[in-house]
Design a protein around this ligand. Structure first.
Ligand code: FE2
Length: 210
């Protein structure tokens, strides 16, 4: 028993919020396969979700970033309504910043996170800022994203990464799974804000999706 607990503890200590999502052990038939931390998508509390959200520290942080696009059903054409998207990201130091009073997954994901629910047109918009890469400099800048459709369990899709990021090497690109479609965005300066467009196709390259 103690040995089992020991291994569980070692496992928990060895994963980070990022690596855990890439755990490929297919131990069940969950839509999207295993995903530690995807349940953070339910942590929006009393917020009434709309299709637009502004993440904490947006006002005082540069460079500002607008992530926007349309969520489509699996056919790639029909706009998907009432889909919840949850994103979380590092701050400008590359850290999942906490204030110390976090509860639940915010302890790991930090407070720079947000939720939207798509409207009839399937549109979503997040106002945030460009994250910095981890301090170890080994991974591209990225923003994690989880999806919840009304009739499916939550699952993660490819992180947002940036076309102009020198850390997004050919090797990194080869490893992308294109879950929900490509997460590579090309930020373009519009009205003083880097604007990145990404459309999402539900179920695309998602295991156990029917
Ligand atoms: Fe990460």
């Amino acid at each position: 028993m103690m040995r089992k607990l020991y291994y569980i503890l070692i496992f928990l200590l060895s994963v980070t919020s990022c690596q855990s999502q890439h755990n490929k052990i297919d131990t069940n038939k969950k839509v999207g396969g295993p995903c530690e931390g995807c349940e953070a998508i339910y942590e929006f509390g009393n917020q009434r979700l709309t299709s637009i959200d502004t993440l904490p520290d947006f006002k005082q942080t540069e460079p500002k970033l607008k992530l926007t696009g349309t969520v489509f059903e699996k056919d790639g054409k029909t706009p998907a309504e009432n889909v919840i998207l949850y994103i979380y990201q590092t701050d400008r130091k590359g850290l999942y910043a906490t204030k110390g009073n976090e509860k639940g997954w915010a302890k790991r994901h930090g407070y720079i996170r947000g939720w939207i629910k798509t409207d009839k047109s399937g549109k979503y918009t997040f106002y945030t800022f460009r994250p910095a890469p981890y301090p170890n400099g080994l991974e591209p800048e990225h923003i994690h994203i989880t999806v919840k459709e009304s009739n499916k369990n939550e699952y993660y899709i490819d992180e947002f990464v940036f076309e102009d990021d020198p850390m997004l090497t050919p090797n990194e690109r080869n490893e992308l799974e294109n879950r929900g479609g490509s997460g590579i965005v090309q930020p373009i300066l519009k009205d003083g804000i880097l604007t990145a467009n990404r459309n999402i196709v539900l179920g695309l390259n998602i295991p156990n999706y029917e």
